[in-house]
Design a protein around this ligand. Structure first.
Ligand code: TMP
Length: 235
């Protein structure tokens, strides 16, 4: 499959058209950004690691009945995916309190809530991706209530599957972000990526952070942490 013109460039990925209008190539870069682009760096080799990690996770989810955009991994930085129209919304699942929720509500990081929390954010850089609720999603025309129900149902199934997967690997799935899209034939599928860039993954024994917080918080050993996640996923 040939790469054609660049369709879109994000912080960590490029999306290319192909000669098939239904298919795109996603290229994983080494660039990292945090705090709405305030902090930026290049982490040598991150693109290769996230490409492999996300491909393994998407294949696992597909094997367990989750529809996704993923078609195949082409090489160490590229994946072939179905072209979808992304719902401009981030779906964040929190199993353990951390990050922005810990800060915003003054809850100690690591607190175990009684329930799973799903946050919705409007994908709009100029506004800093604000937190929104289900009614906002419909009012803003992001999705209908029926589509949102389908997305939330899939999100809960994904959370169960990923929590189980990581538990076996000795990793706590603290939180993660999902994006969904609609295919040309109207099917809702999981899109984007799932990697240490888009999740919080703590070692189950030591609570050591094995994710992008190592970059956000200048903890060092970012590449090593991502490598450890890939090592456990492939062992
Ligand atoms: P938060 O603590 O900043 O709200 O992030 C929660 C989780 O969602 C964390 O694993 C990082 C992920 N996330 C993204 O991948 N992209 C985003 O734009 C945001 C806000 C969060």
């Amino acid at each position: 499959m040939e790469k054609r013109e660049l369709l879109y460039e994000g912080k960590a990925k490029q999306v290319f058209l192909t000669d098939d209008p239904e298919l795109i190539i996603i290229h994983y870069k080494d660039d990292a950004s945090a705090y709405n682009n305030v902090k930026k760096a290049t982490i040598e080799g991150k693109g290769q690691l996230n490409n492999q990690i996300s491909a393994i996770i998407f294949k696992y989810l597909m094997e367990h009945g989750i529809p996704t955009h993923f078609v195949e991994q082409l090489n160490d930085r590229d994946q072939l995916c179905r072209r979808v129209k992304i719902f401009p919304m981030e779906v964040i699942v929190r199993n353990i309190i951390a990050g922005s929720m810990a800060k915003r509500l003054d809850i100690p990081e690591g607190t175990q809530p009684a329930n799973t929390i799903i946050d919705l954010c409007y994908k709009k850089d100029e506004l800093g991706d604000p937190l929104i609720n289900n009614d906002h999603v419909v009012a803003l025309g992001i999705a209908s209530y029926e589509e949102l129900d389908e997305i939330l149902d899939m999100t809960r199934r994904i959370n169960v599957l990923l929590t189980d997967l990581f538990k076996v690997l000795g990793i706590k799935l603290v939180d993660f972000k999902l994006e969904f899209g609609r295919t040309s034939d109207g099917k809702i599928v999981l899109a984007d990526e799932i990697s240490p860039d888009t999740s919080r993954l703590w070692d189950a024994e030591t609570n050591e952070k094995l994710d992008k917080d190592r970059f956000r918080r200048d903890l060092g050993k970012v590449h090593e942490a991502y490598e450890e996640i890939l090592r456990r996923l492939t062992k």
